[in-house]
Design a protein around this ligand. Structure first.
Ligand code: SF4
Length: 478
């Protein structure tokens, strides 16, 4: 997916930019970048962060980065920030999102006179450069941002450093959040961040949250809305469930608290549906399954425990090899079992979601080999049935590689699925749904398996359901 951070201060901004951008490292694994503007020139650094953390890669750049306006990003694909000279002046841009109609836009821009685009080393055109080219079609940056967002099929949130400040633009349907923080004092100013927790330790307090499609212009002295927000929102539910950092708030709802409520709701579902089980301990699959498990344990009054503990000191999250079998090996090496909490015990394990299920199956096999007596699986969301078409989630397998689709293919005895077939299995509690869950249970070597209902999960977020994106589970855009 990726994360973005920017700030305009009455003081040198590089140190705050460095830490604020670094606090988005959980959102991307491939590239990091920062650009600082001193009133005349930009100073930019971009590094590959696949094998070492953002801070290690950028600490030597800090001394060179002089200026009071800065933007930074953690990216899963494009090298960013891009800096371009254009009819609206020189500007720098960072983006987070996805462009589904890239080829159409490129063809149109080239036929309209854009002579070339930079090909990235891995092939393909840099999304952020494409956004910059669209912005440059108009006479000023706010009109250019609005035009770019209208042209893009997908989702695009961006920070544009131009006109002596930063334009912060949230995507049209607000799938990704943007919050503004303010630091008082002579050296203070404003910052803008995808994760609202990225600036807490830097001394900023949240003063505003952008609405869907809204564009705000920031300078060290003020912030003003230059494009009003729209009414229609489809915020990504997955950010609360798994991807977002626990200390952040989106739409006024804290991520960690939502996960507690989600686990509590799952426990209530088990009681209501008669699927509650008698176990010795409730545990989460580290890390993001843990708060869901705390909520489940608190509601069910079954003790919470950590039979598997993650060894974090030498395994930065950014170490993510492309090869799936190596990834599975690393996932296994990161988790160390506590023998006395596993041997002879009946365990209920909560995970935030199941995509392919290969890593979860590996964990279950390990726990059984360490002497667990029974393993029960609980999943904080419904089975994932559709590939996200709005954000570039690296976690998402190809649609038909998810364990739920694989299982439906097996049950239907076919090699491709119609929409009606998928729909039949998505209905919570239906005969087809139960058959699918039962086969997944057997594949994962579990004594019982239950998924959270969509309504239960959405109620745990607590904002109007109409404002939430649920495409991964329903395949419905609206
Ligand atoms: S499809 Fe899923 S991951 Fe993508 S924006 Fe919607 S809820 Fe988020």
């Amino acid at each position: 997916m990726g994360g973005i951070f920017g700030l305009c201060l009455h003081d040198e901004c590089a140190t705050d930019l460095f830490f604020g951008t670094d606090y988005h490292s959980h959102l991307g694994t491939r590239r990091g970048g920062m650009a600082v503007f001193d009133g005349k020139n930009y100073n930019r650094a971009i590094h590959n962060i696949e094998n070492s953390p953002f801070r290690t890669k950028f600490e030597d750049d800090l001394a060179e980065m002089k200026g009071y306006i800065g933007i930074g990003c953690i990216s899963d694909s494009n090298p960013q920030p891009v800096i371009i000279d254009s009819r609206v002046g020189i500007f720098a841009a960072v983006t987070v999102g996805r462009i589904n109609n890239k080829q159409d836009i490129v063809r149109r821009l080239i036929s309209d006179g854009n002579s070339y685009f930079t090909e990235m080393s891995g092939g393909g055109i840099n999304d952020t450069e494409l956004v910059a080219a669209l912005i440059s079609r108009k006479d000023n940056v706010p009109d250019g941002i609005r035009y770019a967002q209208e042209q893009i099929d997908g989702s695009m949130t961006m920070l544009i450093s131009a006109d002596g400040g930063i334009y912060a633009a949230r995507d049209r349907f607000g799938r990704t959040p943007l919050a503004i923080g303010k630091k008082d004092g002579d050296k203070g100013g404003y910052c803008v961040s995808l994760e609202s927790s990225a600036y807490i330790n830097l001394g900023y307090k949240t003063c505003y949250t952008l609405g869907p499609g809204e564009v705000v212009f920031l300078t060290p002295d003020k912030m003003e809305t230059v494009v009003k927000p729209s009414q229609q929102m489809k915020m990504c539910s997955f950010l609360w469930l798994y991807y977002g950092f626990p200390t952040s708030d989106y739409e006024g709802v804290n991520v960690e608290e939502m996960r507690y409520r989600c686990g509590q709701s799952m426990a209530e579902q088990d009681i209501r549906e008669g699927t509650a089980v008698d176990v010795d301990c409730v545990a989460g699959i580290p890390d993001s399954g843990t708060p869901h498990a705390i909520g489940y344990a608190n509601r069910s009054r079954i003790p919470f425990g950590r039979p598997l503990i993650k060894y974090t000191p030498t395994w930065p999250r950014s170490f993510m090899p492309r090869d799936q079998s190596v990834r599975n090996l690393i996932a296994r090496m990161k988790l160390i079992p506590v023998d006395s909490l596993i041997r002879g015990k009946k365990l209920l394990l909560m995970d935030d979601s199941i995509v392919r299920g290969t890593q979860l199956r590996g964990i279950m096999d390990e726990l059984l080999s360490y002497g667990a007596k029974e393993l029960h699986g609980r999943v904080a969301c419904p089975p994932i049935l559709y590939d996200c078409k709005y954000l570039n989630f690296t976690r998402t397998a190809k649609e038909n590689e998810t364990i739920s689709r694989q299982t439906i293919l097996e049950l239907e005895g076919t090699s491709s699925l119609t929409e009606d077939q998928v729909c039949k299995y998505s209905e919570f509690g239906s005969k087809a749904y139960r058959n699918m869950v039962e086969l997944i249970r057997r594949k994962l070597n579990l004594s019982t398996l239950e998924y959270h209902s969509l309504n239960g999960m959405l109620d745990s977020i607590g904002i109007d359901k109409c404002n939430l994106c649920t495409y991964c589970w329903t395949g419905k855009a609206d």
